[in-house]
Design a protein around this ligand. Structure first.
Ligand code: BEZ
Length: 211
């Protein structure tokens, strides 16, 4: 059965480059990113993992635990990590799951048999502190993902979880936002006492709430 936004992220146990983990215990109370890449020692994956390692301080700032998943064996990870450091300037600094038996990849439907029978596609899940799936993206093996976009979505998810707003097209941290449709004008007066701009009755713009 497909894993959908709003579903509880399936729990699992796995060996990683940072030891054995039980996923739900590992992410307890945090936001998390779980992403698969098709194969160690391949070019696009090497750039993706190096860039994600470079972004670690940004994920930390947002309270997000990052986990990569590979169907390669654990013993193959250290040599590849060295390559990542050598070619991308940053070594792996987050756990990489060694999903050799593909049990996690199968649970998370990361293998798309009509694309490849044994390797994962580039799946990525953002999971909230309530352990529910907040974002799900899937890219083919030939296309590297945009991890700056993943951070942008996390900013939106964290903002909209806290305030009664939604974020418009191409929104970035600090830009104006939209008052959630479920908030009446009456309720909005209390939530946004500084006022808002009504473009249409269903499109009400306010500065991004702080805090
Ligand atoms: C890559 O990371 O470059 C890659 C991996 C698997 C299939 C195709 C490309």
């Amino acid at each position: 059965m497909a894993i959908l936004i709003g579903d509880i992220a399936p729990d699992f146990e796995a060996e990683t480059t940072e030891g054995h983990i039980r996923f739900h215990d590992y992410i307890e109370g945090s936001w998390a990113v779980l992403f698969s890449h098709p194969k160690n020692f391949t070019p696009v994956c090497t750039t993706e993992l190096g860039y994600t390692a470079k972004l670690k301080p940004e994920f930390d700032k947002r309270g997000v635990k990052v986990l990569g998943l590979s169907v390669d064996e654990l013993k193959n990870h250290p040599a590849w990590s060295k390559d990542i450091e050598e070619t991308q300037g940053t070594a792996l600094n987050f756990p990489l799951i060694a999903d050799h038996d593909r049990s996690v990849a199968t649970k998370y439907e990361m293998i798309h048999p009509n694309a490849d029978n044994s390797l994962t596609v580039r799946s990525l899940f953002v999971i909230g502190p309530d352990k529910k799936i907040k974002l799900k993206i899937e890219y083919p093996a030939s296309t590297g993902r945009n991890f700056d976009e993943v951070l942008r979505v996390i900013d939106s998810l964290q903002l909209t979880a806290k305030h009664s707003v939604a974020t418009p097209v191409n929104w970035k941290q600090g830009e104006d936002v939209i008052i959630a449709a479920a908030v009446s004008d009456e309720a909005a007066k209390a939530k946004f006492p500084e006022g808002w701009k009504t473009v249409k009755p269903y499109l009400r713009i306010v500065p991004q709430p702080q805090g």
